[in-house]
Structure formats: C-alpha cells, structure tokens
Design a protein around this ligand. Structure first.
Ligand code: GLP
Length: 244
C-alpha cells in the first residue's frame, strides 16, 4: 500500500519527512533507520539536526544502516557516502557513530563485504524506516534497472545515466566511481516502512512510471508498489505528471 504526501515544495517535503522520522524516534527510541544519500534527503537531515539540537528528538539509542557506497573510495574521501552521512547528519546529532553502518567501499574482497553487510542488517531485527531517493532511471540505492530484482547487498556497475547524473558532485565525469556496493531490493523491501522522497520536475516522469506504471525490475523503484507500508513524499513538481 502506498500513502502519498504531496507537498508544495522541497522545504515542506523536508519537514514532512522529518516529521515521519521524528515520530518514529519518539515512539521507539531504539529505532533502526535505513538512510540514503543524494540531494533529496539533505533538507530532511538539516531539519532532523535542528530538532535534535532543540531537544525534540534524540538519536542516542538509534542505529543506522545506509543503502550504499561507491567502490574504491574510502570513508574520509569527501565524495564517499560515509563522509556525506557524517557531515550532513551524524556529526551534528547525539548518535553513537559505532552504531552507524555504511558498506566499506575499500574492502579488498567486495563480495565478503556484501555478505558482512547483510549480516549486519539482519542482526538488527528489521529496519524500522528505510529512507530512499530515486534516480532518473528508477534506481533505489544503487539498484540499477536489470532483468531481475536483486535480493541482498551486491556490487553493481553504475549505468551511464547514473554516472552522468552523479558527476555534478565530482570535479569531472571521469572521477565518478564506476562501481558501488548496494543493499539489494530484497533488503529494502524487508524494511517495516519505506519512505521515498522525490523533488523537482526532473523526477516527474520517473515518479509516474515507478508508482503508477508496471512493476518491473527495469524500473527498480516500481517494486515499492508491493510494499505493505510505503510512503511517497513528493513535491508538486515531482507529482506534476500524476493525476493526484
Ligand atoms: C544516487 C544514490 C541514490 C539516490 C540517487 C538520487 O545514485 N545512490 O540513493 O537516491 O542518487 O539522488 P538525488 O536525490 O540527488 O536525485
């Protein structure tokens, strides 16, 4: 079942998503949060930081698992997703960093790292809320369009579309890593609740396909139509192709 929240703009979207996460933390201080990177959640993280500094929410008992990490860059590289999470959220809230998890992009044996990451996720007794963005090709985490829905954490080759889209954050397109480690669709679907956030006209077409079109691994986010508790928080621009 999908619940859709339509917001006026990115700011309202960020507040609404922060409301959902705050409610979770208030109801269950020991929550396990599945977190995402990209531009979409930045406003949500800012709002969570603000609420934590005001004392409205508390991260001291929270554990986190991130969706993905580039392969071949270390956590202190400012392009890594570990660095993104530290600088956008973890460094500014009262979280115990030893309870925050991001796949290790520098692991020499990536397959072993994927297995290790899956056991970390399964040791947590379920992710309470998994936050997601959406790529222009419908990817979630780094699950790119493919023939079948991948189950667990795995290594992926990034598509040209994703490399190009993500190159805005690098000095040049050649600097974008070509591979990543990502949770699988199976791991994402096992979360008790998934919250996908989408903002902007450039996401309108893929939001329509993913949430109102055919469920297919060619549009990985479309599987969320089968999730028992999926929430789409999208602004008017991202919903502009949908009749709602
Ligand atoms: C990257 C991340 C995804 C994210 C996507 C969209 O590829 N791996 O998790 O959802 O970008 O990012 P943005 O929110 O910047 O559009």
């Amino acid at each position: 079942m999908i619940t859709i929240y339509k917001t006026k703009n990115y700011e309202e979207l960020s507040r609404k998503t922060a409301d959902i996460i705050s409610a979770q933390l208030i109801l269950k201080p020991h929550s396990v949060l599945g977190l995402a990177t990209g531009s979409s959640p930045i406003g949500t993280y800012k709002e969570l930081v603000r609420r934590c500094s005001e004392g409205t929410i508390d991260f001291s008992k929270v554990s986190t698992v991130n969706l993905d990490e580039y392969r071949g860059i270390s956590g202190d590289n400012d392009q890594s997703y570990r660095y993104f999470m530290n600088t956008n959220l973890f460094d500014h809230v009262n979280i115990d960093k030893t309870k925050t998890n991001v796949p290790d992009g520098m692991a020499t044996d990536s397959d072993a790292e994927c297995e290790r990451y899956d056991s970390v996720v399964s040791s947590m007794n379920g992710v309470d809320i998994q936050l997601l963005g959406i790529g222009h090709d419908g990817h979630i985490g780094f699950n790119e369009p493919c023939e079948t829905f991948p189950k667990g954490t795995h290594v992926v080759k990034l598509t040209e579309t994703t490399i190009k889209a993500n190159s805005r954050l690098f000095a040049s397109v050649d600097d974008v890593p070509r591979e990543a480690l990502t949770m699988g669709i199976g791991t994402i679907m096992a979360a008790k609740c998934v919250v996908l956030i989408a903002s902007g006209k450039d996401k309108a077409e893929i939001v329509k396909k993913a949430f109102f079109g055919e469920v297919t691994p060619l549009i990985p986010a479309s599987i969320l139509q089968f999730h028992k508790n999926a929430i789409l928080v999208a602004d008017e621009d991202a919903l502009s192709e949908c009749n709602i």
